[in-house]
Design a protein around this ligand. Sequence first.
Ligand code: BGC
Length: 734
Amino acid sequence: MGKKADKYLETQEWSIVERGFHREKNAVSESLFSIGNEYCGLRGYAEEGATAPSLQGCYFNGVYEWSEKETETAYKGIIRRGHYMVNAADPIKTEIFVGGEKLDTGKCDLCDFERRLDLRSGLYVRTFSVRGVKFTFSRFLSMTEPCNLYQKIEVESTQPVSLEIKLSVDFATKHWGKKGRWEKVSSHAEGNYAQIVGKTQSTGQYLACAQEVEASGDCAFRPEEDALSAGVRITATVAGKFALTKHVACYADKTGETKGKMPAPSPKKSFEEALAENISYYKKFWAERDIVIEGDEENQQGIRFCIFQLGQTYHGACPTDNIGAKGLTGEAYSGHAFWDTETYCLPYYLFNDPAAARDLLLFRYHTLAQAKERAKMLDCKGACYPIATLNGNEACDLWQHASLQFQPSTGVAYGIRHYVTVTGDEQFLIDYGMEMLLEISRFLRSRGEYGADGRFGYFCVMGPDEFQMMVNHNCYTNYMAKKTFEYTVECFEKYGDRTRLNVEKEELAAFSACAEKMYLPYDETRKLFEQHDGFFRLPHIDIKSIPAEEFPLYHHWSYDRIYRNDMIKQPDVLMLMLLHAGDFTLEQKRANYEYYEPRCIHESSLSPSVHSILASELKKEDDALNFFGFAARLDLDDYNRNTCEGLHTTSIAAAWLNIVYGFGGVRSDKDLLVLSPSIPSIWRRYAFRLQYRGRVISVEVEKGRAAVSVEGDPLRAIVCGREETLSGTREFEL
Ligand code: BGC
């Protein structure tokens, strides 16, 4: 794959640890040491300031700005105004003067530097000493009361030292290094308390923050307010130990209804009390979600980091939240959610937290009106879901993606079906799912066409492989549309009279006709699906001949040069073979893997895990393990050299898939759950748990054997190729 790990962190099972300050890696560490609780995300920046590569960021889910400029010329179908998640206030702005000299971690001679993120509490701690004074900075976001953030600064000195520390909430933040976007609405500071309300410039959203600081010893407090900040200045002379603890409550008003009025203060908790609550939260979290890998410390740490970050990004706290490609850890991808949500992330929630999975789908239900508007802009009927969005509107200003990619729409339909299969929640289908299916099918019917040969399909599209644009009959798009039509018709036949939706028989018949006449380019002799009509005739390029320095290709090759050969960015046909695994034979999977894998450059981080899953099924152990190592440690080892911009949150969901679908051999696209575990030879044991139709299934795999336990009613499933009734604990030979 040509990508190399860039390791500088320690490998520990339950923590992420950087020992010694890696100045040039500071922005990478800021991403890796991010903390979040779905409501808010805070990068792991040094709050006291560090002259070092940095992207200081704090983000609130659903707090955004419209793009600065509206496009003047209105080309139909091309968006005129985008939106992006905006960098919010710095809630823990800290300035420290020791003996009158400003502390700058990037410039000082630091001794014993360590930063550590504890995956069992969400506590992030940095320690170091400067000229005999030891500093410890700790912070965490409450997982149970998401508006609340806690910060503690401990100072220890054997000699008396004069300290001046300013702790404030500061709206003078930059976005992508550019001018800030916030206006101050009001502020107030008194004694050890300060509050401030800021407003976004174009969307009229408010962020209200209140801080209270407590000191462990003698000191003086001086409240301070300025143009964009409010806080308190503390002065003290320290000999021995001194600590400041700050609690900040932040309220994001996304609709503007408070008109900037400060909400009532939240009930007070001490740093220790709130931390104890986080520890109990994570105890339950890990008891339910941990994946254990014995015999491979690096991947053990990797997968736990992925699970931890998924929990920080989204757990279904609010139905207007979604999962940005970078979560709440950076400004790249503008905080937008993509088809990644239903295709890559949803399975993690389906099998761990079905209520959160339902909320993710409800996000699409609540934004159906915008998807209908979008379909109209594309001269179509029904609903077309956006390729990139925060609020339901299409935000992607690259027309070839926004107008030609339909995997968000077919992905929503797939997600609905997957949700119902895994949870059995038919009522969701009746109340919400069928309306979305109907509108998506209407879109797919109006966007598709019958060609001169009478076959139905999509002309001028871009499938998941973004290196091929304006192609005809992209196999993925055609196949996913076919399945959408079929499922829509099936649902209306089964539950039509239980919904309030009126659909004419003729319309359902037209959907069935589209499905039946759908063209799927396929070469029967080679058992190969053609990625699109004409793909097999494209000039061949040997991707191994591309020099490593030319990656990422987007930066080194012109767009049109990328588009005109048979090199692919990420799985397309192979993606189908994962999503609809039960529809394809092993022979077909092998033929297509062996054809497409050598053509794939994995320019998308979503790519390796899909290859690993298929490689496991095809018993290609080396490929399976290599691709998995990349997926599970993508950010920890900065494989793509862009972790500094934020974590690859949706790709880390794919790392979870990689264990469960890959090594665990789980398939959930048909009525019976499939489990077909295998174990890489370097692992001693691994174990995971799943929720499935009201049961909890635990899977433990060792060399030569697997144990499957079911809590709840017996379950019919296919295990190691045989249909079985699972109940209690059963052992299987591998
Ligand atoms: C991939 C898309 C993906 C997006 C966000 C792109 O590089 O090609 O498939 O939706 O990143 O993760």
